[in-house]
Design a protein around this ligand. Structure first.
Ligand code: NAD
Length: 349
């Protein structure tokens, strides 16, 4: 993977990163800067802190442009594009992402994840040329029948409203790209974990973490008494659920190469889809063991009932991203866990 195909600065405009102070967005802002892009961030701070801006600055040496704005406010979105006419690409991370909360409050999710997408696309379809990257998820595959999962595996009816917003979001992008000058890439993330190696930015879950790794690291620092492992009777080698854990920095780099592909007009379809994972599945017990190795801590955990809605196994076939984008995940599970651990200790320090 390399960033050498970036056109010279003079030919490029700004890259808008929505949700750029969030977990994946902040790491992507750093990688965009490393690749020579200029960035403007939109975030409403609903699930992030303004301090992330300082963390990014510590890593890259400059503070990226930031506009605090709620993308649900259509007028604000219109005004933003009136004053920023040189947006050359948009990476759209901003969304609500808690699966459980989406079951309890579906309309919040449809409003935040669908309306914001519509308002952005309404502005982009007015442009002569627009490049758009959409944060999708492996959740659109549900429990796929064949492992590893390829991009042409059937998209299934999602279990949660959150998952449905990703499925519908993909369809909206495809429909709009068909009738406009928008070119788009849908990136289907597997399970992002870890933090920037500097530990200046990382994951900041509000309340009780829904994902395995923040729960592990919070248990490691003593914030949680013990980890609950949801089920050990799955049809997997050790009985616990298997996922494809990808280092967030690797995931961030996938956005940069995807954007470069659109900007340089190398895409072969108006909307392309790529899995972004490592291609390797790890069970919950394997993750615990790897964490214990890198942290030198014993992790207290107990086996409890399966959690409703959890699938058994999901890991990516990454051949398409490897060959077409020239991208592949570089970090091991241990490296990703070590970075998450370093971050957790720093923020609790
Ligand atoms: P995050 O919550 O850390 O980041 C999202 C950011 O968007 C936050 O900073 C939040 O304040 C902002 N935001 C939310 N609604 C907004 C609005 N209306 N206007 C402006 N800003 C708004 O989440 P993340 O983990 O970085 O995820 C980024 C994207 O990737 C999301 O679309 C998510 O659904 C998708 N995704 C995440 C995962 C994961 O496991 N983290 C997996 C697959 C897909």
């Amino acid at each position: 993977m390399n960033y050498t195909e970036v056109p010279p600065l003079g030919d490029r405009g700004l890259i808008l990163v929505t949700g750029g102070l969030g977990f994946i967005g902040s790491h992507t802002v750093v990688e965009l800067h490393n690749a020579g892009f200029e960035v403007v961030i939109i975030d409403n701070l609903s699930n992030s802190s303004i301090d992330v801006l300082k963390g990014i600055e510590k890593i890259i040496g400059v503070q990226p442009a930031f506009v605090q704005l709620d993308l649900r406010d259509k007028k604000s979105v219109q005004d933003f594009f009136k004053t920023h006419t040189d947006i050359q690409g948009v990476i759209h991370f901003a969304a609500s992402k808690a699966v459980g909360e989406s079951v309890e409050n579906p309309l919040l999710y449809y409003e935040n994840n669908i309306n914001t997408l519509v308002y952005l696309l309404q502005e982009l379809q007015l442009k002569e040329k627009a490049n758009f990257i959409f944060s999708s998820s492996c959740t659109v595959y549900g429990q796929a029948e064949v492992m590893p999962i390829t991009e042409d595996a059937p998209v299934q009816q999602p279990i949660s409203p959150y998952g449905n917003t990703k499925k519908i979001g993909e369809e909206i992008v495809k429909d709009v790209a068909k009738i406009s000058s928008i070119n788009a890439i849908l990136l289907r993330y597997f399970n992002p974990i870890g933090a920037h190696p500097s530990a200046e930015i990382g994951e900041l879950p509000l309340g009780v973490p829904q994902n395995l790794v923040p729960f592990i690291t919070q248990t490691g620092v003593g914030l949680r008494k013990e980890l609950s492992v949801f089920g050990n009777d799955y049809p997997t080698p050790d009985g616990t659920a298997v996922r494809d854990y990808i280092h967030v920095v690797d995931l961030a780099k996938a956005h940069v190469v995807a954007l470069q592909r659109l900007i340089s007009g190398k895409n072969t379809e108006k909307v392309e889809v790529f899995n972004v994972g490592t291609g390797k599945g790890s069970s919950v017990l394997e993750v615990i063991t790897a964490f214990e190795t890198v942290s030198d801590e014993k992790l207290p955990y107990k086996i409890v009932e399966r959690r409703e809605g959890d699938i058994t196994i999901a890991y990516a076939n990454t051949d398409k991203a490897n060959s077409v984008l020239g991208w592949s995940a570089q970090s091991t599970l241990e490296e990703a866990l070590a970075s998450a651990w370093k971050w957790e200790r720093k923020i609790r320090g």
